[in-house]
Unconditional design. Structure first.
Length: 114
């Protein structure tokens, strides 16, 4: 089982990034997928989630209207489009798969700074 995140990096405030998480080794279309983030010295918090079919989504209040989660079950990939980024969005972002088991990716760093 693997979850491999990509797309992180350094971006200026107001900028955009698109994170991707490529899954392998399990039945991706049967799992709910989520993005979490962990800022330095803080816990890992849920940012956005999507049901296995894509019919249901959740966003934490602080990212509503700025972030969009999506998935392509044919490509075993979940995405997080992040717009209007703020310095407080700086964190390591983790992909999570939840079904009969729970899996985590290794994380990708997102830094929002001028």
């Amino acid at each position: 089982v693997q979850l491999v995140e990509s797309g992180g990096g350094l971006v200026q405030p107001g900028g955009s990034l698109r994170l991707s998480c490529l899954a392998s080794g399990f039945a991706f279309s049967s799992f709910a997928m989520s993005w979490y983030r962990q800022a330095p010295g803080k816990g890992r918090d849920l940012v956005a989630a999507m049901s296995n079919t894509g019919g249901s989504t959740y966003y934490v209040d602080s990212v509503k209207g700025r972030f969009t989660i999506s998935r392509d079950n044919a490509k075993n990939t979940v995405y997080l489009q992040m717009n209007s980024l703020k310095p407080e969005d700086t964190a390591v972002y983790y992909c999570n798969a939840r079904g009969r088991e729970t899996y985590w990716g290794q994380g990708t760093q997102v830094t929002v700074s001028s």
